[in-house]
Design a protein around this ligand. Sequence first.
Ligand code: FAD
Length: 315
Amino acid sequence: MSVLIYTDSSNGALTKNAYEAANYGGQLAKAAGTEAIAVVAGSASGLEALGNYGISKVMHVSDAGLDNFDPQKIAHVVASAASETGADTIVFAHDYTGKSVAPRLSAKLDAGLVTGAIALPNGNVVKKAVFSGKAFAEIEIVTPTKIISVLPNSLDKVETGGSAEVVAFSVELPSTGITVKEIKKESTELSLTEADMVVSAGRGLKGPENWGMIEELAKELGAATACSRPVADIGWRPHHEHVGQTGIAIRPNLYIAAGISGAIQHLAGVNGSKVIVVINTDPEAPFFKAADYGIVGDAFEVVPKMIEAIKKLKA
Ligand SMILES: Cc1cc2nc3c(=O)[nH]c(=O)nc-3n(C[C@H](O)[C@H](O)[C@H](O)COP(=O)(O)OP(=O)(O)OC[C@H]3O[C@@H](n4cnc5c(N)ncnc54)[C@H](O)[C@@H]3O)c2cc1C
């Protein structure tokens, strides 16, 4: 019995979410007195670093056929690794890859799945947030094999030190009936789901020509940019920046929202952020109720002052 963790890679390197999944699986294995083994699909290097999160061994399927994301092939790879290791718990990050691979694997292995876990399981019981973060559910997995996907930024990292043994693992890839020929990234900017900090703006900014200061603040902080849905709908910003119930759900350490009212559908995608800073001219804006720090003021005055202050601090 062991814990198997799927650790995703992008452009040849492990993703931030991969380390978080490893951290979760490593802590889970330690609590259960068993071994944590990672599986990696496609070209990737630096895999020994997973040892710092309690992973003892990394099974690397370096087949180039896995470089272009195909969830059916990855599900096959993870199922093969689970069979090889006899793993009874399989961990994914609850990101794009986890969302598309974990359910397939669940059907393939007849294994119970809980998506978006926010804490280590208590026995077979896994806790997750439901109803857009308004409540928690504790779900018991009753199948012999359990699959858990862990919500990004939900567990503190515990660094164990050490280096993982990396072994080549060979899997005959099935024909899935599709060939992913090319993946074009929407943007080369920092990925929203992986960003530690996000600067976001809404209709209060009046027009797309005013986003320069949002981009500058994000650049100074090393943050990604996001927006409310109407802003993306009217074409002021690209759709991949839209966060919320119908957009991307994010959980950065810092979320700065300028000129966003804080409608429930927006909050649904950002209320897992560790620290929320709201800038709004309306003291009654609902977003202030969810804010850790609120600034009642005009974004056109406040944001340039923040940029200036950060520049001074950095100098
Ligand atoms: C089914 C459904 C799904 C939805 N999904 C999403 C979603 O995923 N994401 C999402 O964002 N929305 C979503 N919405 C829309 C949501 O209900 C709100 O309409 C939307 O979030 C409002 O966007 P906003 O805050 O940018 O604009 P507004 O509601 O127009 O708010 C603008 C805010 O800016 C403030 N402001 C104005 N001028 C300034 C200034 N100079 N400085 C500072 N503040 C200023 C105002 O006081 C106001 O609070 C959804 C709606 C529905 C019905």
